[in-house]
Write a protein that binds this ligand. Sequence first.
Ligand SMILES: [Zn+2]
Length: 52
Amino acid sequence: MGENVTFKCLRCGHEFCGVYDTDVERMCPKCRSNSVRRVKDKPAPPAHPPKK
Ligand SMILES: [Zn+2]
């Protein structure tokens, strides 16, 4: 049973939904690249305070 998450293609920037499954290699449906990364639902807070 997988988790439904959003993926983003690092190659063309296309975002798509899919089931997060470690057994299945993720592939961009647009450009067929496997350089796909999972996008978290909530925007990530800044990891570091802004420098001046
Ligand atoms: Zn793509």
